[in-house]
Structure formats: C-alpha cells, structure tokens
Design a protein around this ligand. Structure first.
Ligand code: SF4
Length: 138
C-alpha cells in the first residue's frame, strides 16, 4: 500500500480529530484516514510521507483551490510552525507510531495555542485534550 501523504500540520490534526470537518465529504475522508486506518489495531504501522502542500486530507476539502488552499498564507504559516516543532521535512517517511512518539517528545500541553494560531478548530479545545491524552499514554 502506498504511504499516506500528510502536510506537517495534519499529524496533530489527526491526533485531535473528533469527527468534525469542513464538509461531509471532508469529514468522511478524514474519518477513513484517521479512524479506520490510523486508529485501527494495526494503525501504528501505517506509513506516512510528509509533503509540502496538498495532501490526502486536503483532497476533498471545500477550501481547496487546485493545489492551494483558500487560506493559503495562514495554512503555510501553520505548516511551518508544525514542521519546525516536529522536525518534519517534505520527503520524510515515518509510521504513525513514530509520529505519535515524535508528538509526545516534541509538543507540550499549551503549545497548540501558538502552533495552531489561526485555526478555526483551536478554540474548541478538542486538539489540546487529545494531545494531553497522548502525553499520558505509556
Ligand atoms: S487546532 Fe487546528 S491546526 Fe491545530 S491540531 Fe487542531 S485542527 Fe490541527
């Protein structure tokens, strides 16, 4: 199976996903990726390739404009902050298990307020709660 393709900020978005999204098609696609694949019993072995722009989560997004995003500047800023925090570069490959270990070692409670500044989902607190759950896992 080819690796999933994630832009940098979608690692933490996947950890935080709780069934909300920009449209029904977007949410169904993200649920297939996150719930059916990454959170399946063998999900930690899923290979993910880091990409610099449009990825498998963006594909059906109503905000997508070709290979760009309606909010391109904001998304690039979020990607840049997440890539730096998680030491991710386009072309890197890692499993979901390795990605979770990277998130655990690199992101602290409260960091999302800066890393995700500008994201419409930030104030819901779901991603921060999911991060805290991850940090408590053995
Ligand atoms: S707050 Fe937004 S950018 Fe940050 S992890 Fe959640 S959905 Fe992703």
């Amino acid at each position: 199976m080819p690796p999933l393709r994630f832009r940098p900020h979608h690692f933490l978005c996947s950890q935080g996903f709780k069934g909300k999204g920009y449209s029904e098609a977007f949410t169904q696609n993200m649920a297939r990726i996150v719930v059916d694949t990454l959170r399946a019993p063998t999900g930690d072995a899923t290979e993910i390739e880091v990409v610099g722009s449009l990825d498998d989560i963006c594909a059906p997004c109503p905000k997508r404009r070709g290979n760009l995003c309606q909010s391109q500047e904001k998304i690039e800023e979020i990607d840049t902050r997440h890539a730096k925090a998680l030491s991710l570069r386009p072309g890197d490959r890692l499993t979901w298990g390795q990605a979770k270990a990277r998130m655990k070692s690199s992101v602290k409670p409260g960091d999302l307020s800066q890393l995700c500044k500008g994201c419409q989902w930030l104030d819901l607190g779901l991603c921060e709660a999911a991060l805290r759950d991850l940090l408590q896992e053995d």
